[in-house]
Write a protein of this length. Structure first.
Length: 130
């Protein structure tokens, strides 16, 4: 699922429907920039009219290639998801502030997955996302 050469399939782990949350703002910005957003939250069906995936496994089962996985969950949660994130094998993982996870970063890097500790919102607003 690609729109064009500029757009990406971007999974948002920890997506929220709360407009005050950074993951919600990132979802809004990704959509406005033409990216195909894949919000992940097991408690929601849709956010901003976009299907909300229950899990990373649901995205894998849908055979959607993920360009970027942007993390809005703490290290404890992401550590528990290490195997499934490796199975997803996104091209890049963005560890947003508060989501840093040294061990996961090392595991992903060892599999050739680009890891960035940055803010997705800042990357989008300064045209550094693509």
């Amino acid at each position: 699922m690609k729109n064009d050469d500029q757009s990406q399939n971007v999974a948002i782990l920890g997506a929220s429907e709360n407009p005050e949350r950074y993951s919600f703002k990132a979802l809004q910005n990704l959509i406005s920039k033409g990216h195909h957003a894949l919000p992940i939250n097991p408690n929601l069906e849709k956010i901003l009219g976009h299907k909300c995936y229950n899990s990373i496994q649901e995205i894998i089962d849908s055979e959607i290639a993920v360009d970027t996985l942007t993390l809005y969950v703490n290290a404890e949660i992401s550590s528990n998801l290490e195997e499934i994130i490796l199975t997803l094998h996104p091209k890049r993982v963005i560890f947003n502030p508060g989501a840093e996870n040294k061990e996961l970063k090392q595991a992903l890097s060892s599999q050739g997955i680009e890891c960035i500790e940055a803010c997705t919102l800042v990357m989008l607003s300064t045209n550094q996302f693509s």
